[in-house]
Design a protein around this ligand. Structure first.
Ligand code: SF4
Length: 390
């Protein structure tokens, strides 16, 4: 069970951003850079320095999760990952059962690297598969083949990873429904030899990306909303029939309690430290954003400055709305009324009674014995529902 929202003294997460990629995919708007791999050793030193300098912000709270995201963290060697994780261990009380996830691209993941990451303490991998369709991989500008996905999952298991997520993108230009259904069937058919978790994201064209430019020039034609909704419903139906749990709008788990505990901290509106160039986090009601450029980030830390570009307090009214926006993404557990009262000092029905009644009458939300959650209809229109609370 995922109890949302979290309390202000609960364990926290640490997110480490690795802003390097071998090349930039045309749809990507993450903070990441190609051709800067020579910065990696000094970047790792800077990350270790930032961890040490910011340890006090946690006030001794335990670390439940660590997430190395990017970018492509698997461009770092196992030794780099070990140095970062050892620094966290030295500076924070890390829970013995902490979930430590690393994102990876399927190509270039060797068995030796996988064993090294596992030995360094990483216990969960999130692999960017995106699609198993060859044409789709080229459309998305990916550099791996479907076979690399199968190989990396198999070799990750052999290296001792029991928890593996695959990321997929649906609704890319030219994607046929049969192709998407085949992707899902292939993943389902892997059974125990496959991933235990899936994150499925519909493709969104972000401003400033090559995809946005191509769309503006009429070269890239996106599927319409109905076609993308059909793909989402295919995933819901097929994974449900195969026994997977759809526990969050874009996330499915194959095993009980197999959810991403790090991402759950976000949905539970919990606190997390964001470390690295372009990282952001929220701790004790303060939102902190770091410098985007890795060069600037490295220089700031080398000169004894914190690499922060922006800090902003989160007011209580906004925090209550965000608790709903995030917690309603949890399709099974939703927002817990007692936890809301503990966190925000006001009852859920007192503060959001009107909105809950309206959304319930429209069939978008339902009341459970613990709180409120979205209905299936509400899930399909989640963006409209959450704006009621913001
Ligand atoms: S590999 Fe991931 S982070 Fe890197 S450019 Fe592609 S989508 Fe973006």
């Amino acid at each position: 069970m995922i109890l949302a929202p979290m309390g202000t003294d609960d364990p926290i997460g640490i997110y480490i951003h690795v802003p390097f990629c071998a090349h930039i995919c045309p749809y990507c708007d993450f903070t990441t850079y190609a051709g800067k791999g020579d910065l990696i050793p000094s970047y790792v030193d800077a990350v270790m320095e930032e961890i040490a300098r910011r340890a006090g912000e946690a006030r001794g709270r335990e670390i439940a999760t660590i997430y190395l995201g990017g970018g492509t963290p698997s461009l770092l060697s196992p030794e780099h990952i070990a140095r970062i994780l050892n620094t966290i261990d030295q500076q924070f009380p890390v829970l013995p059962e902490a979930e430590i996830t690393m994102e990876a691209n399927p190509n270039g993941l060797t068995p030796e690297h996988l064993r090294g990451y596992r030995a360094a303490g990483v216990n969960r991998l999130s692999i960017g598969a995106q699609t198993l369709d060859r044409r789709g991989l080229r459309t998305l500008g990916r550099q791996h083949e479907a076979q690399d996905v199968f190989t990396s999952v198999r070799e990750a298991h052999a290296a001792g990873f029991e928890r593996i997520n695959l990321d997929f993108i649906f609704g890319w230009p030219g994607q046929r429904r049969e192709s998407w259904q085949r992707d899902l069937q292939e993943v389902i058919a892997m059974g125990d030899e496959g991933p235990d978790h899936l994150s499925l994201y519909s493709l969104i064209i972000e401003p400033g990306t090559p995809y946005a430019d191509a769309q503006a020039r009429g070269i890239l034609v996106m599927p319409d909303n109905d076609a993308t909704a059909d793909l989402y419903e295919d995933a819901i139906d097929m994974l449900d029939a195969a026994g997977w749990t759809h526990y969050e709008i874009a996330n499915w788990s194959r095993k009980p309690n197999g959810h991403s505990r790090h991402n759950a901290i976000y949905w539970q509106h919990g606190d997390y430290l964001g470390i690295g160039a372009g990282a952001f986090g929220t701790i004790d009601g303060m939102r902190v954003m770091n410098q985007l450029l890795p060069e600037r980030y490295i220089v700031d830390l080398a000169d004894g400055r914190l690499p922060q570009s922006n800090t902003e307090p989160l007011d209580e009214e906004t925090a209550r709305g965000e608790t709903m926006m995030l917690g309603l993404r949890l399709l099974v557990d939703g927002v817990d009324a007692n936890a809301f009262q503990r966190r925000h000092g006001v009852s859920l029905t007192h503060h959001f009674g009107l909105q809950i009644t309206r959304m319930t009458e429209l069939g978008m939300m339902e009341t459970t014995d613990r709180g409120v959650r979205l209905t299936k209809r509400g899930m399909m229109l989640a963006n409209s529902v959450v704006t009621e609370f913001l």
